[in-house]
Design a protein around this ligand. Structure first.
Ligand SMILES: Nc1nc2c(ncn2[C@@H]2O[C@H](COP(=O)(O)OP(=O)(O)OP(=O)(O)O)[C@@H](O)[C@H]2O)c(=O)[nH]1
Ligand SMILES: [Mg+2]
Length: 459
């Protein structure tokens, strides 16, 4: 063999050895790998077996616990009572929440489409969203209910308001007292009496007639004794005021319509809304069911003002949500509501308006006509501010023509010595003064009492 052959054999041997080594190495690696995998799988299996066992154990323990509690419930019903509501407390609010939603849904669902589409979404958000509002709702709900005030009874307020009127300073009465305190009345004194009556807004015609009558009486009796003149003046004033005039509100008359409708009218700021609120209290004190209609849509604050009055005595107020809505449509809705509720009285407040604004005066006629589609209007009360004196007369005439007036409320008599307008307004319009406003207090409204009024003037 030559050297080349030997070298080739050597290389081949080395290559074979190397291949053999490589094969062995790879096989031993594979074995190790398989072993590791097998070990890992075994470990996993063991872990899962342990987990299963744990679960089984837990289940068994839970089952045992359930059995135990069931046995405890069966054996002792008294003890767990305090726990039961706690356990049932959670589903409780959910149950309460559902009917609450159903109620509001029913209330809100005025259109037929809504109730059908509601049930599905209602079921989904139940668990989380409902218990919360249910827990919050009961808190505000009871707050407004215990509030309704008890308005003063008619008898009680009459005594109080008479005393109030007597206390108020009355320059008219004082002037008369000074004149009539004289022994013999001169021509000038008689003129002063007439002037005083004029200043008290008794009106020119009525004042002249009163003084003429008194002078005639004095001439007939041959003397002008101040005490007698005073007594005679009282009688004559009572005649002028109308001692026997029927001043009952139409709503209070036997056989009155049910609901009986009252519309409040007058120029700006005379006290219409305040009187509507006070009047509602007067009826509530009398046990009547009242509804207020806010037909002053000129500004939202007017309806808010009326709502405040209503809320104090739990009287519902029908109003429009938007400013400038048609007041006649509010009157229509209010009369429909009062009818539907079976109310005893509906009081409709209107916006103040100047008697020389023809379109606004026409609006009053419309309010009346539209209301009458539902209910007859029994009363239109003109609210006159006693402090405006004879100017009120011009107003009264125009209002009477526009809507018809069945009675007058003389407001703010507490701040005026000019109550004499009672005489002229009744004479001119042929309608009685039915109520007087004697302050800003909620119950400072009283039926007009001629004797109290005349005594107040002469005090
Ligand atoms: N002193 C006194 N104030 C009164 C009387 N009646 C009403 N007022 C006051 O007069 C003001 C006007 O009263 P409102 O009831 O708002 O008058 P209104 O006629 O509704 O006014 P408008 O709606 O704006 O035309 C308020 O400050 C009342 O408190 C009263 O008899 N005596
Ligand atoms: Mg008003």
């Amino acid at each position: 063999m030559d050297s080349n052959t030997l070298a080739m054999i050597g290389v081949a041997v080395v290559a074979i050895v190397l291949i053999a080594l490589a094969v062995w190495f790879s096989k031993s690696r594979k074995r190790d790998l398989d072993k590791t995998i097998a070990e890992r799988d075994a470990l996993r299996e063991q872990q899962s077996r342990e987990a299963e066992e744990k679960e089984r154990k837990a289940e068994a323990e839970a089952a045992a616990a359930r059995e135990e509690s069931a046995q405890a419930e069966e054996s002792g019903a008294g003890a767990p009572v305090s726990e039961e509501p706690a356990a049932e407390g959670e589903p409780g609010p959910a149950e309460v929440a559902e009917p609450a939603k159903a109620l509001t849904g029913a209330e809100a669902g005025e259109t037929p489409a809504e109730p059908e589409s509601e049930p599905e979404p209602v079921a989904e958000p139940e668990p989380e969203s409902r218990p919360e509002p249910a827990a919050q709702e009961p808190e505000p709900a009871p707050a407004p209910k215990p509030e309704p005030e008890r308005p003063e009874s008619v008898g009680g307020r009459l005594t109080r308001l008479k005393a109030k009127l007597a206390k108020s300073s009355n320059p008219f009465g004082k002037a008369l007292f000074n004149i009539l305190a004289k022994d013999n009345l001169s021509e000038t004194d008689w003129e002063d009496v007439e002037d005083t009556l004029l200043l008290a807004d008794v009106g020119a015609e009525a004042s002249e007639q009163l003084v003429d009558d008194l002078r005639t009486d004095a001439r007939v009796t041959g003397k002008a004794d101040p005490a007698e003149v005073r007594a005679a003046l009282r009688e004559k004033l009572l005649d002028q005021v109308g001692r026997d005039t029927d001043r009952t509100l139409n709503a209070d008359k036997p056989g009155a319509n049910r609901p009986s409708v009252i519309i409040m009218v007058g120029v700006n700021g005379t006290g219409k809304t305040t009187t509507a609120g006070k009047l509602a209290r007067l009826f509530v004190a009398d046990g009547k069911k009242v509804v207020l209609g806010a037909a002053d849509t000129f500004r939202a604050a007017a309806a808010d003002q009326l709502e405040t009055w209503g809320a104090r005595v739990d009287v519902p107020v029908v109003r429009s949500d938007k400013d400038g809505a048609d007041p006649a449509s509010v009157a229509f809705e209010a009369s429909a509501k009062a009818k539907e509720m079976g109310a005893d009285v509906l009081i409709i407040d209107t916006a103040g308006r100047l008697q020389n604004k023809a379109n606004l005066m026409d609006e009053l006629g419309k309010i009346r006509r539209v209301t009458e589609k539902n209910l007859p209007v029994d009363e239109v009360l003109l609210v006159l501010d006693a402090t405006t004196g004879q100017n009120g007369m011009t107003q009264a005439k125009v209002f009477a023509e526009a809507i018809g007036i069945t009675g007058v409320v003389l407001s703010k008599l507490d701040g005026s010595a000019k109550g004499g307008i009672v005489i002229s307004v009744q004479k001119e319009l042929g309608v009685p003064v039915k109520l007087v406003g004697l302050g800003e207090g909620p119950d400072d409204l009283a039926p007009f009492d001629p004797e109290g009024f005349v005594d107040g003037i002469l005090a």
